[in-house]
Each structure stands twice: as C-alpha cells, then as structure tokens.
Design a protein around this ligand. Structure first.
Ligand SMILES: [Mn+2]
Length: 390
C-alpha cells in the first residue's frame, strides 16, 4: 500500500469508528465497480464492528439486470436501501425535533427541513464518483457530519471534494481496486460474493485488464481469487444474451436506422439512431444504452443518440433517449436542458453518458423535436469541455 493510502485508511477507520450512522453510495445507474466498491466498504465497516447501509435508488426496472443480480447476491450480507428508505430514516429524527419547527411545517417545507437536518455522528461514504450531480442523495449532503469520497476519476466535484475526506487517484483502475486494497490490509477472509463483486468492478473498468492496470491491480485480483472467486463466475457475471445483442446490433446497424448530422450542436457530428423500419418496437431499457455505447465506439461522431420505446414500471411506454459523447459535448446538460420545464420529459446524467425519458407516442416527431433542440442550442447551455476519460 502506498503511504497516501495508508494515511487515508487511518482516517477512514477513525471516521467509521466514531460514527453511529453510516451510509454508502455509488453513482447513479451503478455499474459493477460502484456496487463492488460499495459492498467492499460495507465489509470494512463490518470488520470495524459497524453496521452500514448501502443506498441504491434504482430498482429492478431501472438497474442493469447483471448489476441487479450482483446486488441480490450481496444483499444477504449487506443492507441495501433506496432513497425513500433513507428519507424515512431521517424523517424520524425530524419528527423528534418537530416541536421546535412544527409551526413552520407544511408539506413542502418538510423536505426543506429534512435537507438541512444535521445528523450527529453520521457518515456518508461515496464511491466511484466525486461528482455530486450524479448522486441520488445529492440534496441531502448537508445531513452528514462527515463525508468520505473514494474514487478513481478525474476531480470535478470541487465543492464536494473540499468538504470531504477523500482518496481520489486516477492511477487506480477502479474504485473496487482501491477498496479491495484497503480491505486486504486487514488480512481477513470474506465471502465469495464480495470477491466476485470487486473482481467484476476491476474487470469492467480495465476492460478485462486491457487498460489502467498496475502491479497493484494484479495483486488485488490475486487476493480476490484466494477468497473464492473463479474465472467461470466472473465470465457468468459478464454473460451476454445473444438474442438481446442481436436486437441491439440490428437497431444500430440496420440500413437507415443511424442518421448522421454534421451541423448540430454548433457543427459537431451527431448520430441519431432509431428503428426507422418499426418505430413502435419496445426495447429493454438497457438495450437503448447499449446501442448508444455501440455507436459511440466509432470515433466518426462527437455524440451518439439512440431513441426507442421502453416499458416502465407503470406499464407505460415512454421513449428512452440515451446519449453518449466524446467528453467535449456535455450530454448530461443537454438532456437536462432538453427536458427542463416540460412535464412529459425528464433527464440528466454525466458528461459522457446521459439519458432522458419522454412521453410521446410519435417517435419520429420526438426525433424532430430533438433535432430542432440540438440545432438551436446556444453557447450558454452548450459548453465545450475538456476531454474526460471514461
Ligand atoms: Mn469505476
């Protein structure tokens, strides 16, 4: 372990030990790395004799199926809650203090107070991002006595970084590698499921050891294997379904589905993909994002947009719009602005990966709306950014 990580581990340990209420969270739409690292931190809390809760706000409809399976396998060891559960927990504190504030209590105000509530001895540990915008708990950060950030991405959340204790180092392949390294310093054995989650996080973020690896990545992986994870299990976690891959590939590559524009977003290259042969086709939500990943793999475009109908949890069929960008175009801002002020639209995300849901029964009309928007985007809400890596 490096000196810096040893120092950080001491800090982490002392904050965990002195906290009574520990929450752990990864970025929105968590991947293997976010879930693996979160579970790893929960295990460290356990070793130190502390309970913790992992907040995952996505449900079986919105979580990627493979991530859901991994989360299910971990849920016998760790306590997963969603944002609503979190609000219930802090509402209890609020109700105890209600007397003082009762006079000012009206429905809406309650949330205002909940957001301001200071909770003694509470700790939030954020993994795999330092960008507060992509945290489901972002409105409640004031609740916590202490915040810790463990991440391997570029530093972008300045304010969050300033008010947290953090270990943010781009030399590590993944949050799972950082957390795994800390966990292994305790030299305790742990479950095969946790080993699999951390190994999957490392495999995902290194693209199967093709990038960002160091000696420490392999050392960590070796110890994960000693804790019972094997290649076959890892392969199963990443298993792809032929029929669904075929649909994704057809969506992207079928003649005419992808249309390229060179004049949108102030003369950037944008590809818009939708099923032009059968626009009414309903896809699984993750297929729309996979198709966007697929199209963005070709560097002839600055941004790739894929649109298609999905089924939501109310059995409604909104249009899902997924955008992937090269990092110069801020996809999250675009989706947010496109949806702002419209009650049939909601969206947001990060710079390189964002999405929106739109309730419109005419897919081609929605495409035209989006084209008109991308055509009209002006400097104020379209800032060219420094290239960010995945
Ligand atoms: Mn990661």
């Amino acid at each position: 372990m490096t000196k810096e990580l040893v120092k950080f581990t001491y800090k982490l340990e002392s904050l965990i030990k002195k906290s009574n209420d520990i929450f752990i969270i990864g970025h929105k739409d968590p991947d293997f790395d976010a879930i693996g690292a979160a579970a790893g931190v929960a295990e460290i809390c356990k070793i130190l004799g502390k309970d913790s809760k992992i907040i995952v706000n996505e449900d079986e409809f919105t979580l990627q199926p493979a991530v859901k399976l991994l989360q299910d396998s971990l849920s016998k060891y760790y306590n997963f809650i969603n944002l609503e559960d979190y609000i219930d927990i802090i509402s209890k504190d609020y109700n105890e203090n209600q007397e003082i504030q009762y006079k000012r209590l009206i429905e809406e105000d309650q949330y205002y107070y909940l957001k301001q509530l200071k909770r003694k001895k509470s700790l939030l540990i954020i993994v795999d991002t330092n960008n507060p915008k992509i945290l489901s708990i972002k409105d409640y950060l004031n609740n916590f006595d202490n915040i810790i950030v463990i991440d391997h991405h570029e530093r972008i959340g300045e304010e969050l970084i300033r008010k947290s204790n953090n270990f943010i180092d781009e030399n590590y392949s993944s949050a799972s590698e950082i957390v795994g390294t800390i966990l292994h310093s305790y030299e305790k054995s742990y479950s095969k499921e946790l080993a699999l989650a951390l190994a999957s996080g490392i495999k995902l973020d290194t693209d199967t050891f093709k990038r960002n690896t160091t000696e420490n990545t392999y050392e960590t992986f070796t110890i994960l294997k000693k804790n019972g994870v094997n290649d076959e299990d890892i392969r199963k976690t990443f298993r792809r379904d032929f029929e669904s891959d075929k649909l994704v590939m057809n969506l992207v590559f079928n003649n005419g589905n992808a249309k390229e524009f060179t004049n949108l977003l102030k003369n950037h290259n944008v590809s818009i993909v939708l099923n032009r042969h059968a626009p009414e086709t309903i896809y699984k939500p993750e297929m729309i994002s996979q198709a966007a990943d697929e199209r963005q793999d070709y560097d002839d475009v600055d941004a790739s947009i894929v649109m298609g109908y999905i089924k939501d949890k109310d059995d409604d069929t909104p249009v899902k719009i997924s955008i992937r960008t090269n990092g110069y175009v801020d996809g999250g801002e675009l989706m947010k602005n496109y949806c702002e002020g419209k009650d049939n639209k909601s969206g947001g995300g990060s710079t390189i990966s964002a999405a929106a849901l739109v309730w419109n029964t005419d897919l081609l009309e929605e495409e035209q709306n989006l084209i008109d928007y991308l055509d009209s985007v002006i400097t104020d809400n379209f800032k060219v950014k420094k290239k960010t890596k995945k």
